[in-house]
Design a protein around this ligand. Structure first.
Ligand code: HEM
Length: 576
């Protein structure tokens, strides 16, 4: 049958067939040497096996079936799951030069611009510079010394607000964390009560970040070239949504920097990360990182600290004997006439053990933040291919019964006054290698202060139902990158009349400075980033309309997204 065929064509076809076979067998060999994992479907791979919630529990099952390291494939992306500490240290710490990248997110990262933020930055020069400045300002114990008084004062204001409105504790935890981070990042003072312009801006942007990074939600994440298709092409709706989100992202980063510049011009700035770098006369390329480095303090710190401190409240309700033990230590070391401060930390080992047990009991980032490997690597004979996404199950590490006996019990004694303390959970809850959390020292200091000040003046206990019967809350946590306890009832009361009098005098003795919200509202810098549609053009040419537009804008950020994305309003409004 091949008699008439051209021998050259025949030769080429044969060659191509052999080459394809060779490439296929190579691919099969590569696949065979990957860490083990479930068999996937053609093209979509293990897409249907991906967890929708409680990711850490889902991936924990892999350890029993496949061992400490496993693989799944989602379309063309390979995901490596690490379920034990030693493997995480071997790869992410000891080989951190190649395991420190982040995956790219075509929609959230590239289209919207969240890849300018430290957390999603690629591991390059710009990132290293940003991280260096960040760490120099708040990343070490000694860097935090100048901020000690401010942290203590803000935490005292927290106590006073809780006394005024005990049911608002969780809201006040977030407010207190936010006010410390915005002071550090921009020297900005937030409103003492009610909503605050800057807080709303950054909170809104972070909710949009969660919406934009929802797995499988945006077609462009699976088919990145979709962004180059014309607007009229089906499935281009993401462009409208993404453009609004991009404006909000720019606005939250640029507007507070403009605020700092104006404060500096007037000579009234409160020293901050931003003012320190602005004063330094950086090159334009270097200065580009300032808004994003500053943004990483509120963005990286507020939700995480709030989640951890909410866990603290939950365990105080459930383990009254631990609370009592901590209060005894505070009473003995600090006494009743004053509040504990950061200088007392070395003399409060039980409080320190309590802090560590809060971290361990439920790591607030149960699956950490994904790393990405920049070149092919081999580990125990297994191939970790270049560009694989690497996830570490921090929750499972924290609940390994060989390391932490009776792991579901909250027990600070694991780390207290013993010859053989159990493994310090800070070895892993803050992540690994060159991407490990740069806010660790700051987070620990804030948590320590709030926990110890709170326990010295308040009792945290079970709430009672309408019949006066105590309600025992369930231990339940939500899913997501940052995992918070689900809402639970509790009660907060002053420990004594003296404690109450002491806390109620805080505002009187130290009146809080006025908020900077008004100055921020006066700044239109964010208009630069708006795309010049005719409607916006009209609104922003007149000062009256402009002010109206600004107010409107501040109150409609969420709704504007909700209107564009049917069904996303609730996601945006409820995700933390
Ligand atoms: C309970 C408190 C906190 C916990 C448990 C926590 C945990 C983490 C974890 C697990 C990571 C990922 C590390 C990795 O990829 O290996 C991370 C990254 C990060 N955290 Fe935290 N964090 C906390 C508080 C804070 C605070 C207070 C700040 C800022 C003031 C902050 C800023 C950041 C930033 C900017 C990153 C990204 C670092 C990078 O990509 O290089 N975090 N954090």
């Amino acid at each position: 049958m091949f008699e008439d065929a051209n021998p050259v064509v025949l030769g080429l076809s044969g060659g191509l067939a052999i080459l394809s076979l060779y490439l296929f067998s190579q691919q099969m060999r590569r696949n065979r040497s990957l860490p083990p994992g479930p068999r996937g479907l053609p093209i979509v791979g293990n897409m249907l096996d991906m967890p929708k919630e409680y990711e850490w529990q889902h991936w924990a099952k892999h350890k029993d079936i496949y061992g400490p390291i496993s693989t799944v494939n989602v379309l063309s992306t390979r995901v490596i799951i690490i379920n034990d500490l030693q493997t995480a240290i071997d790869l992410l710490e000891n080989r951190s030069s190649i395991y420190s990248n982040r995956p790219t997110f075509p929609f959230a990262g590239e289209f919207i611009g969240w890849n300018k933020q430290m957390i999603l930055s690629q591991y390059d020069e710009r990132f290293r510079l940003m991280r260096k400045y960040f760490k120099a300002y708040v990343g070490t114990k000694s860097a935090l010394i100048p901020h000690k008084n401010m942290q203590e004062m803000e935490t005292k204001y927290f106590l006073a607000r809780v006394l005024q409105n005990p049911t608002s504790v969780l809201e006040q935890i977030r407010r207190s964390a936010g006010s410390i981070f915005l002071k550090l990042s921009h020297g900005y003072t937030i409103e003492t009560s009610g909503s605050d312009t800057l807080v709303e801006l950054v909170e809104n942007a972070s909710k949009e970040f969660h919406t934009a990074t929802l797995p499988g939600e945006w077609l462009i994440d699976s088919i990145p070239w979709m962004r180059y298709l014309p607007e009229w092409w089906p499935g281009q709706h993401f462009k409208k949504v993404g453009t609004v989100m991009r404006e909000h992202n720019m606005e939250q980063a640029l507007r507070p920097v403009e605020f700092v510049k104006r404060q500096m011009e007037k000579g009234v700035e409160y020293p901050s990360f931003t003012s320190t770098l602005l004063r330094r006369g950086l090159t334009a390329t270097e200065a580009e990182i300032i808004p994003w480095g500053a943004n990483a303090m509120y963005g990286g710190g507020t939700d995480t600290t709030t989640a951890a401190l909410t866990t603290f409240i939950l365990v105080m309700v459930l383990y009254p004997e631990v609370q009592k033990r901590a209060q005894e230590e505070l009473d003995t070391v600090v006494g009743q006439g004053r509040l504990p401060g950061l200088d007392d930390r070395p003399r409060l080992p039980y409080m320190e053990a309590l802090l560590n047990e809060v971290h361990r009991f439920h790591p607030i980032g149960p699956m950490g933040i994904p790393h990405c490997v920049t070149q092919d690597d081999y580990y125990n004979g297994m191939l970790i291919p270049k560009d694989s996404i690497v996830l570490v199950n921090l929750w499972l590490i924290a609940h390994n019964p060989e390391v932490y006996p009776d792991p579901h019990k909250f027990n600070p004694e694991r780390f207290y006054n013993t010859d053989k303390p159990q493994l310090d959970p800070q070895t892993f809850v803050y992540g690994f290698g060159r991407r490990a959390c740069p806010g660790r020292e700051l987070a620990n200091a804030n948590m320590f202060l709030l926990m110890s000040m709170m326990l010295s003046v308040f009792n945290i206990s079970k709430a009672k139902d309408e019949n006066g019967v105590e309600i025992t809350p369930k231990i339940e946590f939500g899913s997501g990158t940052v995992s918070h306890p689900k809402p639970f009832p509790f009660s907060i009361t002053p420990r004594s009349k003296d404690a109450e009098a002491f806390v109620s005098s805080i505002f009187e003795d130290h009146p809080p400075p006025p908020s900077n919200a008004k100055e921020l509202l006066d700044i239109y810098s964010w208009i630069w980033s708006l795309s010049a549609t005719s409607f916006k053009g009209l609104v922003f040419t007149s000062p009256i309309l402009r002010t109206f537009g600004l107010i409107l804008r501040n109150h409609t950020n969420l709704r504007s997204i909700a209107a564009l994305v049917p069904g996303k309003a609730s996601i945006a409004a409820t995700s933390n």
